[in-house]
Design a protein around this ligand. Structure first.
Ligand code: PLZ
Length: 446
């Protein structure tokens, strides 16, 4: 299928980055937009399609970020564009809580079918990832009649008041924004590079901390990202997640997998939970679900999702019809275009190149991730300490050369790669090679 935006799938940098038009717009942005709303690159977008984002100066950048794991099907996927256009001409909004429409129900049916677990499930739709997490906590509390929410030490769950409390990192997410929601407890998870624990050992520590500091009888839910996203693409040691899930089940605690970033083919499976052999009670989704339109979901065991009384869940825009149409088209695209398999191809390409670089560069402390969610953690070779300055330097070089490069991690020292799954392989290889060349140059200059 031809893409609506028709952006040529090649990198082209002919102005400085940012170019003059972007610089002008950046000045307006600084004057008009609240300072707290940052931008990774001072480059304004004009069009986006598969692996390329065209800026307002006519440069074409290789996209290794997909708008933070959102445009997995691409920035102008043909089925999504057509479905949204069609819906736009029918109606933009009725409010599902006032007069419902079929697409919302169909998205819930899809979520119930695609998420792990073959028990009866139900879903509810919202707008942002943070809102999905908030609502997962609401249903878990209503179901268990308990209050405590347990999260992990590198967690990211959002920027609303409850989800700020659930997010680990202070700057930039929480600093000065307290007081935070009560009854949120943080315990250690599994971070193989830094804790050296097996999955079983890490799970014992996690469970011991919950038992001692919170008490299973007070705990409504344990909320875990199967692979921590903003926290550093941390892949837990084998066995960690299954042990925690089993313990939650034995203690009547709702296990919530926050799959906002890992969900929808991103990690080479519909949901990352599958990769670790776990079946969550509740799954939160957003990002990749709707091809760039704002939509999020909470899906779980029917009895948990039904614990809230009628009218207890909702919101004016939740499950907006344009977003639902986009989601159905995006899901069809994942299936019809083999994008789960493509995520594995992306993993192979990235991991092979990153590991080859790691063999000759001890600053690459770790290469990890699954599918099209891959990262390298940069460290001081002498001490193993995180090297955020180096990560920022490498990202800066790559951005200047036309590669959208994101960092992450509790220590800010992780370069993460989240390309659209529709990216051309040669373009992906070019992008990663530019990043690795930048890293090598910085070493050469030292
Ligand atoms: N849960 C696992 O990754 C969003 C945040 C970017 P919203 N991650 C990107 C930023 O700096 O704001 C995220 C996530 C996980 C929840 C969320 C929150 O999703 O759609 O941003 O609210």
């Amino acid at each position: 299928m031809t893409n609506a935006s028709g952006v040529p799938q090649e990198r082209s940098v002919h102005s400085e980055i940012p170019g003059p038009r972007s610089q002008d717009l950046m000045e307006r942005k600084t004057a008009a937009v609240a300072r707290g709303v940052g931008t990774t690159m001072p480059v304004f977008a004009d069009r986006a399609d598969r692996g390329v984002l065209a800026d307002v100066d006519g440069n074409r950048l290789i996209d290794l970020g997909a708008g933070i794991a959102v445009t997995s099907v691409g920035g102008a996927a043909p089925r999504v564009v057509a479905a949204v256009r069609d819906q736009l001409e029918r109606f933009t909004h009725t409010c599902f809580m006032v007069t419902p429409y079929e697409a919302y129900v169909e998205v819930c049916e899809k979520l119930n079918a695609l998420t792990p677990g073959d028990f009866p499930k139900k879903s509810a739709l919202f707008t942002s990832g943070a809102e999905a997490v908030e609502n997962a906590v609401k249903v878990a509390r209503a179901y268990t009649k308990r209050q405590a929410v347990v999260v992990l030490d590198h967690a990211y769950h959002g920027r609303t008041n409850l989800t700020m409390a659930m997010t680990a990192k202070n700057v930039p997410y929480k600093d000065g924004f307290g007081p935070f929601s009560p009854e949120v407890y943080r315990v250690a998870g599994s971070y193989p590079l830094r804790d050296g624990l097996s999955g079983a050992q890490a799970a014992r520590r996690t469970i011991e901390q919950i038992t001692r500091q919170v008490g299973p009888g007070n705990t409504a839910c344990v909320v875990i990202e199967p692979i921590a996203g903003e926290g550093g693409f941390i892949v837990p040691a084998d066995g960690f997640l299954p042990a925690v899930v089993d313990w939650c089940r034995a203690n009547g605690i709702v296990f919530v997998a926050d799959e906002v970033q890992t969900g929808f083919a991103r990690t080479g499976a519909w949901f990352a939970s599958e990769l670790f052999g776990i079946v969550p009670d509740v799954v939160t989704t957003a990002k990749g679900m709707a091809g760039g339109l704002p939509l999020s979901g909470v899906t779980g065991r029917a009895e948990i999702m039904d614990a809230s009384g009628p009218g207890g869940l909702g919101g004016t825009y939740g499950g907006n019809p344009l977003a639902c149409a986009a989601a159905l088209a995006a899901i069809e695209t994942y299936e019809a275009d083999g994008l789960i398999a493509k995520a594995q191809v992306i993993e192979d390409l990235l991991v092979q190149r990153l590991r080859a670089a790691q063999a000759g560069d001890s600053r690459i402390g770790d290469v990890r991730g699954r599918g099209a969610m891959i990262a390298m953690e940069l460290v001081d070779p002498a001490t193993g300490d995180p090297d955020a300055a180096l990560a920022n330097q490498v990202a800066g070089l790559a951005r200047g050369r036309g590669v959208i490069t994101l960092t992450c991690g509790s220590y800010g020292n992780v370069l993460r790669f989240l390309p659209p799954l529709t990216i051309d392989e040669a373009l992906l290889a070019e992008g990663i090679d530019i990043i690795l060349a930048g890293l090598a140059e910085i070493g050469a200059a030292a």
